[in-house]
Design a protein around this ligand. Structure first.
Ligand SMILES: [Mn+2]
Length: 317
């Protein structure tokens, strides 16, 4: 039996399924959770979709059942499905012993922690991996589920632009459109609903821009008072790091954020530079072109020097 059929059997036979998404959720993890949740709702399978955060990205509120995502764990469940979690700690909760675990993911670092693992690191998003579950089981993909899966693919592939995007990605997108996903509607919902607060925040953040190593490395940071000043949320700055990477000279973009006496660092790269190596040196992780890590103090200027010096001296980058 294929892993996809085994997964469907586990879902059919479960009394209660808990779907887990990762902390600081992105569109891929929530879209996959919601794609499964919509499918399970349509087929009357008992389940809950969990995310630890109090506040979820509102840009995804057009996805069906978005408001059903909960940060309350059910007491009893016999099946747990992790989506887009590179390791079992990513949802930041402990699960009940005895529950079977399905692990659906696309991180190269995934250590196959599940009883059943559907992991394919050649795919640009977990949504593409999850699509295979529907396809191989000949399951009907509803308009709601298609919209979720398309959203995960579109966002995690940075609008169809990362190296793992290939003909298969577009074949899947094609099928999802035929199933009811509307690309321009999804693009409008995800990328054309920005707040004034964000427009006020970005100039502050971009004002911190510095270039290092003849411009190959670009750094920006965000200070907590700027969030207070503008009313923006931390999530609003994500585009800032992508803007830095969009500069012609920059190969590595770094965003630093002091929080809870630590400095959170987001890393982005292009031209084939594997930035996940830098993240893992600082006990973080992620993908080749997008990764993150934490430095154990909140002196953001010192943290900037530490990470820049490490990148400068990193062989093979
Ligand atoms: Mn992902």
């Amino acid at each position: 039996m294929s892993v996809y059929k085994e997964a469907l059997e586990l879902i059919k036979n479960a009394h209660y399924t808990l779907i887990l998404t990762h902390i600081n959720p992105d569109a891929d993890t929530l879209s996959c959770g919601l794609a499964l949740s919509n499918f399970m709702e349509e087929n009357k399978y008992n389940h809950k979709l969990f995310n630890k955060m109090d506040e979820l990205p509102r840009s995804l509120n057009y996805l069906k059942r978005f408001s059903s995502i909960t940060n309350q764990l059910p007491k009893e469940y016999d099946l747990v499905i992790y989506v887009d979690c590179g390791d079992q700690k990513r949802p930041a909760i402990e699960i009940n012993k005895g529950a079977k675990v399905i692990n659906i993911d696309h991180h190269a670092s995934n250590d196959s922690f599940g009883d059943l693992n559907i992991v394919d690191d050649t795919k640009s998003s977990t949504a593409e991996v999850l699509y295979q579950f529907f396809k191989h089981n000949n399951l009907k993909i509803s308009k709601d589920t298609a919209t979720c899966l398309y959203t995960g693919i579109y966002d995690d592939s940075i609008r169809f632009s990362t190296p793992r995007v290939d003909g298969d990605t577009f074949a899947i997108a094609h099928h999802l459109c035929e199933s009811g996903a509307n690309p321009s509607y999804i693009a409008d919902m995800l990328t054309r609903r920005e707040s004034l607060a964000k427009m006020r925040l970005l100039p502050l953040v971009l004002g911190s821009l510095e270039l290092h190593s003849e411009g190959k490395i670009g750094t920006i940071y965000i200070l907590p008072e700027w969030l207070h000043q503008t009313g923006a949320s931390y999530r609003d700055v994500e585009d800032g790091v992508n803007m830095v990477l969009s500069m012609a000279v920059v190969d590595v973009a770094v965003l630093l954020r002091p929080i809870n006496k630590k400095t959170r660092i987001s890393l982005r790269s292009k031209n084939g530079i594997d930035i996940s190596k830098v993240a893992s040196h600082f006990n973080g992780g992620g993908h080749t072109m997008a990764a993150g890590c934490t430095i154990e103090h909140d002196d953001v200027l010192k943290a900037k020097d530490e990470i820049v010096n490490y990148i400068k001296n990193c062989k093979g980058l």
